[in-house]
Design a protein around this ligand. Structure first.
Ligand SMILES: Nc1nc2c(ncn2[C@@H]2O[C@H](COP(=O)(O)OP(=O)(O)OP(=O)(O)O)[C@@H](O)[C@H]2O)c(=O)[nH]1
Ligand SMILES: [Mg+2]
Length: 441
């Protein structure tokens, strides 16, 4: 995610990080460079300008110039401002105290509405809710079937209905009430903002069903265009939150970084792939951390929690606490990791690992390699990786049909993972997940 942006920022920060003293001039030069990087990433011009002005104002304060680590202080200021730019606090989804909670999903053609509707249903089902998906796209012939197929996959009911989309939506709400669905997700037809008729239709659906929240789904690959359309849409239907999709693609980051500031509505969810599990609640601080190359530990652990069953998780937590996580466990965990999603996405969440491993070709086949290497270790080596000296590594490489570099790389990854786990456990895994996932209105 946003690799290019992260790499360029890291390069710039490297120049100032270690410096014992900074002058007003090299602060200005650095920030000019950051501004250029933001514009390259397709961040809205005004947004980039305001951002740099804010950072500059804080950076030129006496505190920074007199600090013993001025470079790091500036990076911290950038981090804080980035969090602000992305919305500050996490704004979870709002759940209605009086069920059903209703979510109206709007957006441009092909932005990912139907996929997101299914993902949201899956996400809420995992939180013990009983969602109903509603097919209001009666215009594209295959649209209803698409939602039905997704519903079957997830074992979530799909409401088809008859008549125009406004009627279907209204009928779906009555159906949900009768059948104890406490969540209704209304998937609508794709539209172009210039299409007044379609805009009026969604405004009419909104008026009729009074959704708990209306989301606007944005394809993050479409950059500033998406931001401008979101603005136009918001003026018409006054939505509650933005959903950013396709963040797994080769997106530059401009859309994600500008949309909150331009539209003045929070980003609520992000979608990172075609798999139905690839949905995350949006956390400004975590994205800022990823953009600045610092990884995203908390999301990593959350994903892990989803993939593990609870007793296994408790066992693992004990091992981590006791600092006894070894290659045996690692091998066992690979099974779970496979369930967690794409490995390169996961590695991107580990501090310092994401960009370092950028050029390493990490595909799912890498697991086969990892498993072969671990299988070539003796039990003693697996239990106590510290004994893995040069000659043992050579033997393992030969035995598993890999190069010594492969073995070294795996051991390094393993050590990173151990370090990360230690950090998480010192944070207190349970404390990391305090608080409710939802807000109630
Ligand atoms: N890589 C990736 N692809 C996605 C994501 N979300 C959706 N897609 C793909 O994007 C395409 C369009 O997704 P849909 O969910 O059908 O989009 P839509 O907004 O419902 O489209 P219309 O109903 O035609 O307006 C599909 O091929 C999806 O698989 C995502 O987060 N990442
Ligand atoms: Mg659709």
């Amino acid at each position: 995610m946003f690799e290019d942006l992260t790499n360029k920022l890291e390069k710039t920060f490297k120049l100032i990080r270690g410096q014992g003293k900074l002058t007003e001039k090299n602060i200005s030069d650095t920030l000019r460079e950051v501004r250029r990087i933001l514009l390259d990433a397709d961040v809205n011009y005004r947004v980039a300008k305001d951002f740099i002005e804010k950072v500059e104002k804080k950076s030129l304060g006496k505190e920074v110039l007199n600090s013993i680590t001025p470079g790091q202080l500036i990076i911290k200021i950038i981090n804080d401002e980035l969090i602000e730019l992305l919305g500050g606090m996490t704004e979870g989804m709002v759940i209605s105290k009086q069920p059903p909670s209703i979510y109206l999903i709007s957006g441009l053609q092909g932005s990912g509405k139907t996929t997101f509707s299914a993902k949201l249903a899956n996400y809420l089902k995992k939180s013990s809710m009983k969602p109903l998906l509603v097919a209001c796209d009666i215009y594209r012939p295959a649209a209803i079937q698409q939602l039905k197929t997704l519903g079957e996959q997830l074992k979530v009911s799909v409401f088809e209905g008859v008549g125009d989309p406004v009627n279907i939506a209204a009928d779906a709400i009555s159906f949900a009430k009768k059948n104890n669905h406490n969540v209704v997700i209304v998937d609508t037809a794709g539209r172009m903002h210039i299409d007044e008729k379609m805009m009026d239709e969604i405004a009419e659906i909104k008026k009729t069903i009074s959704p708990t929240e209306t989301y606007f789904v944005v394809d993050s690959m479409t950059g500033q265009d998406a931001v401008n359309t979101a603005k136009a849409f918001n003026e018409k239907i006054d939505f509650d939150g933005v959903v950013l999709t396709k963040l797994d693609g080769d997106t530059k980051g401009g859309c994600a970084l500008s949309i909150r500031a331009v539209v003045q509505k929070p980003i609520k969810f992000v979608s990172l792939g075609e798999k139905l599990e690839s949905i995350e609640v949006f956390h400004p601080d975590r994205l800022a951390s990823r953009i600045l190359g610092k990884g995203d530990i908390v999301s990593f652990v959350e994903k892990a929690q989803d993939a593990f069953d609870e007793t296994e998780a408790v066992k693992l937590e004990e091992k981590i606490r006791a600092n006894k996580f070894d290659f045996e466990d690692f091998k066992e965990q690979i099974k779970h990791i496979k369930r967690m999603g794409s490995i390169s996405q996961l590695l991107g969440m580990i501090p310092g690992v994401g960009t370092n491993l950028k050029n390493v070709d990490i595909d799912e086949k890498a697991f086969v390699k990892i498993e072969a290497i671990i299988n070539s270790m003796t039990k003693v080596e697996r239990k106590n990786p510290r004994v893995l000296n040069g000659s043992r590594r050579k033997r393992i490489a030969k035995g598993s049909g890999n190069t010594i570099q492969d073995v070294n790389r795996l051991i390094k990854q393993f050590e990173e993972m151990q370090k990360m786990m230690k950090r998480v456990s010192s944070m207190g895994m349970k404390n990391a997940f305090k608080g409710s996932k939802f807000q109630y209105n």
